[in-house]
Unconditional design. Structure first.
Length: 765
């Protein structure tokens, strides 16, 4: 399989596994990660809800009005707990005269203590007041404290809805479960008819906490005002109905019972589809008029339309007084009676605000029901499939490049894109997609691929780096990895180029430098030379003191190994010139010997064996062969000619058209039987500096041709002219022209004979 497809396949497989583990594993009930991630999902939910309501103006919704028991009303009417229920009856009479759609009381009422009313009424009946003014005051008291007025007004209005509170049994405080509704209350017109299998999904109640049965009976409808918060104390969802276990009756929520009457929903018009997580409401004609997204307990998510007081708030006392507000104001409005006063303990924590009046939560729910705008959360199956798809796709994309770090921007873009998508879906369609689980899944997918690449895929590369990193260029190691070449004991034979370099007269340096200086000097020199070598993909064999042993063409074969070796030789000479200038500029730090440092280079090409030599536990990647030995001799013998880069004829023949040369000799180096032609490498093609160099080379070659033809006198003359043009500098022991001057003088006296082959045998290295 191609490497490219393998990377993509492995990435996609890792993404699939991560998607399965995160998408399924974090949804297991009781698993700590589920509750933790659910908590983070709630935070992302809250952030989107806040984003939705930002910019919404206060009191911008007027079709649902909150009649607020606030501080001004308490100051005018007295302490709320001491208000006679007749006040509420008067409020109902005033508001209902304007023909509202509904009046909801978000207040829990128990039967009123009518002792004061009964006492005054009895006294007046027995002894009527003789004082007219006192009689009017008594009459006003009896009207304003009539305990029946609240119930009577509730029944006569036909649009009033009251709260019935469902509680859990607590035998420790003698709150026992109820087997039926309180005596005297017939709930048949107030409950909804559901199959028991649907009812059992709903939040349950063991008992009714308030027992004002006369008020219940007079109401157009009753419902539960309960909205228990989520585990973090924030109210995001509210029940649509409550299952009263004793009599097995289902009561709608307080807001839902209002919607039933406004939308003409019969008692059997509720259809809970817990598989699709939808509550379908059918009107009396059988038409589905609402499809409300719910959770697995039949709770709907609150669609908050704004911050606190986005709905219109009117003081209770203002609505209670018939002279303060014209009745027609209430035409087709829905009024909710509640409180925003902190002392009355009805402030809640919501996604949009920490302090939020409970009555306005009901206002948001009823407004949502009227406008048919609901928050919908994606189901777990959809979330699971999306996570798998996203992780698999990201895994394949991350697998495209060879190095996962190069695809890190794709992870960042993927997470950002998903967050933008989730926000746009909510702000545009009220669809709440999960953010945390998909984002975490994408991150784990990337991390999984990175770890796989590091632990498995990069294992071979790390092995190669550990083995070759000290003497191979990084790109060569990468190439070895790509071609699956691993180091092994043994060698490979092939045409390559050996490269030797050594500092001239380095033993003299230890006499003038301290050990610390010597180490510093060598480190600086070897660093510069090695960098130059590795830049041209040369392989460092070893350091031998000040000497560098290297080769080109292994472990990765290259057609231009000879060319690269020559380029490195020229570059090293230039680098050393730069170092000389640097050392000279450092004043007295370095002696003159250092500032005049030179090194010799020997290069030879041919059949070389390269490979790991040594034992199976410790091996060294090196080169062997006759070509290598010759290259070493060329470096050493360069000093006899006074040159600093000497190249064998095999190398010369491979790259002769790309550089400027000077033929040096046809020589038999020490320890070798076969002679070789050797050359001095001068520069790249057309790179000689100045006319004097060109003239010197030309004159030297003329002398060399005369020398080969045993014309000693003419050759001597040419070499003497060339010698005048040779470069002179401190530390240069001789020049090729001077060498041939001495030879010509020698051969004039000791002729080699007519059969002379032109070979000069070196007796020293």
């Amino acid at each position: 399989m191609p490497e490219f497809l393998k990377r993509v396949g492995v990435g996609a497989a890792i993404g699939l596994v991560v998607g399965l583990l995160v998408g399924w594993g974090t949804q297991i009930e009781g698993f700590f990660l589920k509750s933790m991630l659910d908590g983070y999902e709630f935070l992302s939910y809250d952030a989107r809800m806040k984003g939705k309501v930002s910019g919404v103006e206060e009191a911008s919704i007027e079709d649902v009005v909150v009649i607020d028991i606030e501080q001004n009303s308490i100051e005018n009417l007295g302490r709320f707990r001491e208000w006679p229920y007749a006040y509420h009856g008067q409020l109902i009479d005033v508001v209902s005269s304007g023909n509202p759609k509904a009046i909801l009381f978000d207040i829990i009422f128990d039967p009123e203590n009518s002792y004061s009313f009964d006492l005054v009424n009895a006294l007046v009946s027995e002894i009527p007041p003789g004082d007219e003014e006192l009689g009017q005051a008594v009459e006003q008291f009896l009207i304003s404290h009539d305990p029946n007025r609240f119930v009577t007004s509730t029944g006569e209005s036909g649009v009033v809805y009251h709260a019935v509170v469902f509680e859990q049994a607590d035998t420790s405080i003698f709150a026992y479960p109820m087997e039926k509704e309180p005596e005297g209350y017939d709930p048949s017109d107030h409950i909804i008819h559901l199959p028991i299998d649907q009812a059992l999904h709903l939040p349950e109640g063991d008992r009714i906490g308030n027992t004002f049965v006369e008020l219940f009976s007079a109401s157009r409808g009753v419902g539960s005002p309960n909205f228990p918060p989520d585990e973090d104390g924030i109210i995001r969802r509210v029940p649509t109905a409550i299952y009263f276990k004793g009599p097995q009756h289902v009561y709608p929520s307080l807001t839902m019972v209002v919607a039933m009457n406004i939308l003409d929903i019969p008692q059997d018009g509720f259809d809970y589809d817990f598989e699709e997580r939808l509550l379908r409401l059918r009107n009396r004609s059988g038409e589905i008029v609402r499809e409300i997204p719910i959770d697995d307990h039949g709770r709907m998510y609150v669609n908050y339309f704004g911050y606190f007081k986005t709905f219109y708030y009117l003081p209770y006392v203002y609505c209670w007084d018939p002279e303060m507000l014209p009745p027609e104001y209430w035409e087709d409005k829905i009024a909710l009676v509640g409180t925003s006063t902190p002392g009355l303990m009805d402030l809640r924590n919501t996604p949009v605000q920490e302090t939020f009046a409970g009555v306005e939560i009901h206002a948001n729910v009823i407004h949502s029901l009227m406008k048919n705008e609901f928050v919908k959360l994606t189901d777990s199956k959809t979330n699971f499939l999306v996570i798998i798809l996203c992780c698999t796709l990201l895994g394949a994309i991350v697998g495209l490049p060879k190095h996962p770090l190069k695809s890190l921007p794709m992870l960042i873009l993927a997470v950002i894109a998903w967050i933008i998508f989730a926000y746009s879906q909510f702000l545009g369609k009220l669809v709440m997609w999960e953010i945390v689980r998909p984002s975490i899944s994408l991150g784990i997918t990337y991390l999984g691929i990175f770890l796989y690449n590091f632990l498995v895929s990069e294992k071979d590369k790390r092995f190669l780096k550990n083995t070759f990193g000290a003497y191979l260029a990084p790109e060569l190691i990468d190439e070895m990895y790509e071609t699956k070449q691993e180091p092994k004991l043994g060698g490979d034979s092939g045409i390559k180029t050996a490269f030797f370099t050594d500092i001239q007269s380095f033993s003299s340096f230890s006499e003038v430098l301290t050990a610390t200086q010597l180490v510093e000097l060598l480190n600086e020199y070897l660093t510069a030379m090695t960098d130059t070598l590795l830049e041209q993909r040369g392989t460092l064999d070893k350091y031998e003191g000040d000497a560098i042993v290297a080769f080109f063409g292994a472990p990765i074969p290259m057609d231009d190994h000879a060319y690269r070796a020559c380029i490195v030789a020229l570059s090293m000479q230039k680098e050393l010139a730069i170092l000389r200038d640097k050392w000279a500029s450092e004043g007295d730090k370095w002696p003159e010997l250092v500032c005049n440092m030179r090194h010799r280079i020997g290069i030879n090409s041919g059949d070389i064996v390269t490979g790991n030599m040594g034992s199976r536990t410790r091996m060294n990647y090196t080169m062997m062969g006759d070509v290598v030995n010759t290259a070493a001799r060329l470096e050493a013998s360069a000093k006899q000619y006074g040159v600093y880069t000497q190249v064998g004829d095999n190398t010369y023949n491979l790259v002769k058209d790309k550089f400027e040369w000077r033929i040096l000799d046809y020589v038999r180096v020490k320890g070798k039987k076969l002679p070789v032609r050797v050359y001095e490498l001068l520069s790249e093609k057309d790179g000689l500096d100045g006319s004097s160099n060109s003239e010197m080379i030309k004159t030297f070659l003329e002398g060399y041709e005369l020398y080969k033809n045993q014309k000693w006198k003419q050759a001597l003359k040419a070499f003497m002219v060339a010698e005048e043009l040779e470069e002179k500098f401190t530390g240069r022991p001789t020049t090729p022209s001077q060498v041939y001057i001495e030879r010509c003088k020698y051969f004039k006296k000791h002729s080699p004979g007519k059969n002379w082959d032109g070979v000069w045998t070196l007796t020293t290295k």
